[in-house]
Design a protein around this ligand. Structure first.
Ligand SMILES: Nc1ncnc2c1ncn2[C@@H]1O[C@H](COP(=O)(O)OP(=O)(O)OP(=O)(O)O)[C@@H](O)[C@H]1O
Length: 310
């Protein structure tokens, strides 16, 4: 379990993290989302004792990182996959880490197998690794101490579809073993498939801390796809719905996208006006839609976008 309480980090006059409080619980994958510069990496660094908070605290299993008796056996992390010494082999890197931290040498082969680095590859210089292999090695290092807690900053960054699917399955299986899994990502569609729970921040502040499904339901404008059974009834369907106060737009694939009335109300109106319907499908926004809308309302995100455009 990770506990972040009123965590604040100031750089000069700027608050990179601003009074942030949330809990990351075991047994599920918690996604950490926020636009660029929102403070995700700074928060993770403070949880891992790599940066000290200006105020507030971050605890892992009830203790600050610096007070953990066996840090690598309690928490594994991946912050920068390029942090591996390029001249050493993956095997030597992990063996060195195990020796330095009192972890049994047998764990090296176990984690190499978990991350799918075969023995021949593991003996090659890590400097020649592809991004995906480097990422696997970083995750192997995080898993070396068989930790209860995993903290991964952008683990799928730059990976191909197969690599992304592999990380997703691994994260879900680690959570299913009862571990605490906390990962940040910019790939919203990926997070939607991987995370059970979301912590969303913007400009260092908490925007949401809730189950993935609830986040999407709560923040999506509910729309319903409506198709009349007979094409000639389409204009009348629109008129009936608009006169009941709904906003109606044509859907790209035919029919009407209706906002402001739920499916039951739309069905009732159609029945009352003698319009037979062929389709009445509630449409949930994807996490990507919801997140983009939230991110757009963050001033920092907006100004960055403006900067790119100018
Ligand atoms: N060492 C530092 N000195 C000064 N400012 C910093 C430092 N580290 C981070 N910041 C600033 O703090 C803010 C939060 O940065 P952080 O890297 O935590 O965001 P992030 O959400 O991880 O974004 P990204 O996904 O782009 O890495 C940014 O405005 C950044 O410029």
């Amino acid at each position: 379990m990770i506990d972040v309480h009123e965590l604040t980090k100031r750089y000069g006059g700027k608050r990179a993290v601003d009074g942030l409080s949330f809990t990351v619980r075991p047994g599920r994958v918690t996604g950490f989302l926020g636009p660029n510069g929102a403070g995700k990496s700074t928060t993770m660094r403070m949880i891992l004792g790599l940066d000290s908070p200006t105020s507030g605290r971050a605890l892992i299993g009830g203790r600050p990182y610096g007070e953990l008796r066996a840090p690598l056996r309690t928490v594994g992390s991946l912050l920068d996959a390029k942090g591996v010494h390029g001249g050493r082999s993956a095997h030597a890197h992990l063996a060195g880490l195990a020796a330095a931290t009192g972890i049994a040498r047998g764990r090296v082969d176990a984690v190499l197998e978990t991350v799918g680095l075969d023995p021949a590859t593991a003996r090659k210089r890590a400097g020649g690794f592809s991004l995906g292999m480097g990422q696997r090695l970083g995750i192997a290092a995080a898993l070396l101490g068989d930790p209860e807690v995993l903290i991964l900053d952008e683990p799928v960054n730059g990976l191909d579809t197969e690599g992304i699917r592999w990380i997703r399955d691994l994260m879900r299986s680690l959570a299913a073993q009862g571990r605490t899994v906390f990962l940040s990502s910019h790939l919203m569609s990926e997070m939607e498939l991987t995370a059970d729970h979301l912590v969303v921040i913007g400009r260092g502040r908490l925007l949401a801390d809730m189950p993935m499904r609830e986040f999407i339901e709560r923040h999506s404008t509910s729309r319903t796809l409506v198709r009349a059974a007979e094409e000639r009834d389409a204009p009348r369907t629109r008129a009936v719905l608009e006169s009941a106060g709904a906003r109606v737009e044509p859907d790209a694939r035919g029919g009407w996208l209706v906002e402001g009335l739920d499916a039951a109300a739309i069905g009732g109106l159609a029945l009352a006006h003698g319009v037979a319907l062929r389709e009445l499908t509630p449409r949930l926004a994807s996490l990507e839609d919801v997140y983009t809308a939230m991110a757009a309302s963050s001033a920092e995100y907006t100004s960055e976008r403006a900067g790119v455009a100018s």
